[in-house]
Design a protein around this ligand. Structure first.
Ligand SMILES: Nc1ncnc2c1ncn2[C@@H]1O[C@H](COP(=O)(O)OP(=O)(O)OP(=O)(O)O)[C@@H](O)[C@H]1O
Ligand SMILES: [Mg+2]
Length: 616
């Protein structure tokens, strides 16, 4: 894992896998600031005023000290009051800057998360397959937090650090041009060392954030499949895997902290070096003479008339300059971390949904005829899982699809609701290519009960209303009757108001399947696809559902995918698929029994020599 990640980091750092230019990343993110631009502007104004006051305070302190030396009580009180007022005002602006910066960054984070979430809703299954679900979670949470935090730092520092540094330097040059050259030596050396440290930790931070995906994947998989994990007693394996990934993150963090811990000593060293140099040189100048008592005199001071009081202001400026450098280096680290997160966010926002409405889409599905015209489809363009499928069905037909696992039954039916798009050929519904329909119209007309179906948190009624928002209880019960869900619902004390917990784990597998069928029926679709949707129901219930469907929904074209021959043998047409997604044969039960050995073997292995009454 580490080797792969290192290679990924190397490529990231060398720009080999940098997908986006800085300009594009910043442009995309800046667009998300939206209404919070005002808060950013207010932050900058407050920071500007706060920094300006701090610089002036440092400058005015020398006047206070002069009054102290001269025992000028009135002067002391006046300057102390001026400085105190300025300090209070600076603190006030600091608080306001903090408030606006937090508001701007929290708003920016909210906008980012919302935009990403909305974008993910437009993704097709193919888009989702591209990012793992865990990665989407990391990107919308951890990565957004990184960018949000960096944004806050930038809001506060981008104005403050350069402003403070430049003004402090100017003041130093004005007050003591003979000493200010010290900064010209110290600043580049310090900057080089801080940036060197920042670039060292950056590599590891990239590594850490890439590993977060894996950590989230591990948690998600474990929690999602907690029942299976427990039943197979795989707890040890899962804990082991999780600990390995989490240890990896820990070790890299520790390494980074070790490197970052050099920041402070280097800073202190630079501060002390600057102070010692300034003290030695300043003291030499002072002892060489000259009194400085007048304000005007200080402003126009030459190196030869530097006073003790000015020296104290100078020390404050030293601190300001070096702290600003420290801030710049910290922000640099933050930005390098956030750049990686920003790119991962932009990747989500830039992803082009590969299934979308064309211009002037068809808004009505006229009938339930289905035509697969020489269809080729693959999840990966180099490997088709369906090849040259050319089959045609009429409205109202019931079509059974049977075949071994992995024979592309699910893939075939997914094409009708455009969950995926064909690679070649076309799928037509009601005589119109599915790509020409408005997606919502198409999906309302083609109801799919997916093989891996889920219920969502809320009441059973809420879940069923996904099929039809304004469905009356009468309509809901009618759908439940066909799906054979009414009986067990009547036995629930709260009936339709029973709460479903996340994932629907408080209803049984067979009950969940029946509720999912009822939900699909409420759509009143033209085509109904049941993908192994009665596998957890007993054969009797299974038969009752099919009977109900054929009686109450004669005009609906029904596709029934099943592993049980019994579930499809009475269908008008049966499609037999083989591994690799090829059609072995197509016909009704009698025809297939006569000419299709694959079907006959399936039939005989499952039902033995004779048939039996499903209602038994
Ligand atoms: N999202 C996906 N990404 C990549 N490959 C996939 C994806 N879904 C399915 N496949 C592959 O496509 C092939 C057909 O899968 P499909 O799910 O259509 O089979 P199936 O007949 O429905 O199987 P089952 O009876 O187990 O439900 C399999 O080889 C499978 O590995
Ligand atoms: Mg399947």
């Amino acid at each position: 894992m580490a080797k792969e990640k290192k290679e990924k980091v190397r490529k990231t750092l060398t720009g080999e896998i940098r997908k986006y230019s800085i300009k594009h990343v910043l442009g995309t993110l800046a667009h998300q600031i939206k209404t919070f631009k005002r808060d950013v502007a207010l932050t900058w104004i407050c920071v500007f005023l706060e920094s300006g006051l701090e610089i002036l305070i440092a400058f005015f302190i020398q006047f206070l000290l002069q009054r102290v030396r001269n025992n000028d009580l009135n002067g002391i009180i006046t300057w102390a009051a001026i400085i105190a007022l300025m300090a209070i005002a600076a603190a006030g602006f600091g608080i306001l800057a903090g408030y606006w910066a937090s508001s701007a960054s929290a708003g920016f984070g909210r906008n980012l998360r919302q935009s990403m979430f909305e974008k993910v809703q437009t993704y097709s299954f193919k888009n989702i397959d591209k990012f793992s679900p865990a990665s989407i979670v990391t990107r919308t949470t951890t990565d957004v937090s990184n960018v949000q935090f960096a944004f806050m730092m930038i809001c506060r520092t981008v104005v403050r650090a350069p402003f403070m540094m430049i003004f402090a330097l100017i003041m130093c040059f004005i007050m003591a041009p003979g000493l200010a050259w010290i900064f010209l030596v110290i600043i580049p050396v310090l900057l080089f060392l801080l940036m060197f440290i920042a670039s060292k930790v950056h590599k590891r931070f990239v590594l850490i954030f890439n590993t977060y995906d894996e950590l989230n994947e591990s948690v998600e998989e474990d929690v999602d499949g907690i029942r299976v994990v427990k039943s197979f007693d795989r707890k040890g394996y899962h804990i082991g895997h999780f600990n390995k990934v989490s240890d990896f993150i820990y070790r890299n963090y520790v390494q980074n902290e070790k490197i970052l811990s050099f920041n402070n000593p280097i800073m202190n060293l630079a501060i002390f070096a600057a102070m010692i140099l300034i003290s030695i040189l300043g003291a030499t100048i002072i002892t060489q003479n000259v009194e400085v008592t007048q304000i005007e005199g200080v402003i126009s001071a030459s190196p030869l008339n530097l006073g003790v009081e000015s020296l104290s202001s100078l020390f404050t400026y030293v601190m300001i300059i070096l702290m600003s450098l420290m801030m710049v280096s910290m922000v640099y680290v933050m930005i390098t971390i956030a750049r990686n997160s920003a790119e991962r966010i932009v990747e989500i926002l830039d992803e082009d949904p590969d299934i979308k409405n064309k211009d002037n889409p068809v808004m009505e599905v006229k009938n339930g005829d289905v035509d697969f015209n020489h269809v080729y489809f693959g999840y990966n363009p180099n490997k088709y899982v369906l090849e040259d499928i050319d089959v045609h069905f009429k409205q109202g037909e019931t079509i059974g699809i049977i075949g071994p696992t992995g024979s592309s039954k699910t893939s075939l039916v997914s094409l009708m609701a455009r969950l995926y798009d064909v690679n070649e050929g076309e799928v037509k519904i009601g005589g119109v290519n599915v790509k020409d329909y408005d997606i919502q119209t198409l999906r309302d007309s083609v109801a799919v009960v997916l093989q891996k179906n889920v219920l969502f948190t809320g009441t059973i009624r809420d879940n069923l209303k996904w099929g039809k928002e304004d469905a009356s209880d009468e309509e809901i019960w009618a759908a439940c009757d066909i799906a054979q869900a009414s009986e067990f619902l009547h036995n629930f004390p709260k009936g339709l108001d029973t709460n479903v917990v996340e994932g629907g784990s408080n209803v049984s597998g067979g009950q969940k399947q029946r509720l999912c069928i009822a939900r699909a029926l409420l759509k009143d679709p033209r085509i109904l696809i049941l993908d192994d949707s009665t596998s957890a129901c007993d054969t009797h219930t299974d038969a009752l559902i099919r009977e109900g469907l054929s009686k109450t929904k004669p005009d609906v074209t029904k596709f029934i995918i099943a592993q049980r021959v019994l579930s499809i043998k009475d269908c008008d047409t049966i499609l037999v698929l083989e591994a690799g997604g090829k059609i072995v044969d197509i016909g009704n039960n009698d025809e297939l029994m006569k000419r299709c050995s694959v079907y006959r073997e399936l039939y005989e292995s499952q039902l033995g020599g004779g048939d039996f009454d499903v209602n038994e």
